[in-house]
Design a protein around this ligand. Structure first.
Ligand code: TMP
Length: 208
């Protein structure tokens, strides 16, 4: 769904281990220093549906793909209504860690049709102004997760699955997508992304 707001909706996407959260937090700092009013948010949320999704991550058996998809859609509807759209209407920059491109890629990798997933989203979900897609090979991403963070790999982070997820991400061709090489240093990555956001804000005539 395309709708124009006074604010700017920026989403960050990519497989686990690409540094999305670090990019979001660095962008927040850079934009705040420039005096931009920024809201940072993420999906799955900490709302009732998001909590159900996160609980399911810790279970040994994954939910059925349709059931999982339905929870992500409910979570996103609530998130847009309660958090994202009010901030965009107030003229803020919203930085969102994951959005419906993740649903296309992750639930698509579970066997659902990514195009069908997108159609079910766009009946209610607004298109972002920018989608930064962080790209890194699944091997390197897993290495970062296991060595860098010393975390156990959960159900969502198995290599074979991530390979399928990465394949779908790389096939996406929406106009808002800007691909960034996640092998860049976090500083370069955030500087590059911040310049793109600031240019877009400038083109819009700045924010209030
Ligand atoms: P996080 O690691 O960014 O907190 O996200 C948790 C997991 O949720 C991650 O492995 C990807 C998954 N996910 C989906 O499967 N579908 C979705 O629509 C979203 C937003 C996330």
């Amino acid at each position: 769904m395309t709708k124009t707001f006074p604010g700017l909706f920026v989403v960050v996407e990519g497989i686990d281990g690409t540094g999305k959260s670090t990019l979001v937090s660095n962008l927040y700092k850079i934009l705040r220093k420039k005096g931009v009013d920024v809201l940072v948010t993420f999906e799955p949320t900490h709302g009732k549906w998001g909590r159900k999704i996160r609980q399911s991550f810790s279970m040994s058996k994954r939910m059925e793909p349709e059931q999982e998809l339905s929870l992500f859609l409910k979570d996103r509807k609530e998130h847009l209504r309660e958090t994202v759209i009010p901030a965009l209407e107030a003229g803020r920059v919203v930085l969102c860690d994951r959005y419906y491109f993740s649903t296309m890629a992750y639930q698509g990798a579970m066997g659902l049709d990514p195009k069908g997933i997108k159609e079910r989203n766009t009946t209610f979900a607004i298109s972002p102004d920018i989608c930064f897609l962080l790209e890194l090979s699944p091997d390197k991403a897993i290495e970062r997760i296991t060595h860098g963070r010393k975390e156990a790999i959960n159900n969502f982070e198995k290599l074979e699955y991530l390979n399928k997820v990465a394949e779908i991400f790389s096939s996406l061709n929406e106009d808002c997508i800007i691909r960034l090489d996640a092998a860049m240093s976090p500083e370069r990555l955030s500087k590059t992304a911040a310049e793109i956001i600031l240019k877009k804000l400038d083109d819009k005539g700045g924010l209030n």
